[in-house]
Design a protein around this ligand. Structure first.
Ligand code: B4P
Length: 190
């Protein structure tokens, strides 16, 4: 099984690019953000707790997303691998993932990172707010918190995966098609 991680700051285009990647490489797409939004839409207890954190630009607790990932691994059949979109987002989540996979003699295959500067994060998220109306895209304060959370908690994963020799970075500032072409040519080289 292949285990790809799609990494990048909020609004870098992970969800956008994941759709094309899963189709081309027969991967199961797991977006923790999308799974959390489903819980919010259902109005579950977990969803209510997650909503307050997400709308404030914070991360939800590690155990919550780790459980979602483990469940999906166990219940998925008939794919060549997984594309983890937006997970892991903390060093603790990365360590939990390594542990989960090593129990089945598996490991992370590669990390594909889409990188854009902070100012572009703001532009992209504001643009999405005007189309999708996501509550966590709506206010400048929430976006600022999401960027700060990314730098404090998620960016350290770059070093974590570089040290393992698994980190590959793509320039995410081009058009959707340009970024997709960059990702596909990287995937072919892995
Ligand atoms: P996510 O759902 O992962 O949201 P994201 O990082 O904002 O989105 P993404 O990078 O996928 O951007 P997209 O393709 O849509 O997370 C939401 C929240 O859930 C987090 O803030 C956190 O609170 C919580 N959460 C999720 N996972 C968690 C975890 N593991 N642990 C704890 N908490 C977790 O692109 C954005 C916009 O840009 C779109 O409008 C798109 O059309 C546009 N775009 C994309 N590529 C473009 C390009 N090349 N050019 C121009 N526009 C582009």
């Amino acid at each position: 099984m292949k285990y790809f991680i799609l990494f990048g700051p909020p609004g870098a285009g992970k969800g956008t690019q994941a759709a094309a990647m899963v189709e081309k490489y027969n991967l199961r797409h797991i977006s923790t953000g999308a799974l959390l939004r489903e819980e919010i839409a259902k109005g579950s207890e977990l969803g209510l707790k997650a909503k307050a954190l997400i709308d404030d630009g914070q991360l939800v607790p590690d155990e919550v997303v780790e459980g979602m990932i483990e469940n999906t691994f166990k219940t998925t059949k008939g794919v060549s691998g997984f594309l983890l979109d937006g997970f892991p987002r903390t060093i603790a989540q990365a360590e939990a993932l390594d542990k989960m996979l090593s129990q089945n003699s598996e490991e992370v295959t590669s990390v594909v990172s889409i990188m854009i500067p902070d100012e572009m994060i703001r532009e992209r998220i504001k643009h999405r707010a005007s189309i999708e109306g996501r509550a966590d895209d709506a206010s400048d304060e929430t976006i600022t918190n999401r960027i700060a959370t990314y730098h404090a908690k998620t960016e350290p994963l770059v070093g974590y995966y570089r040290q393992q020799g698994k980190y590959r970075e793509i320039d995410g500032t081009g058009s959707i098609e340009e970024v997709r072409a960059g990702i596909f040519s990287l995937m072919e080289s892995l």
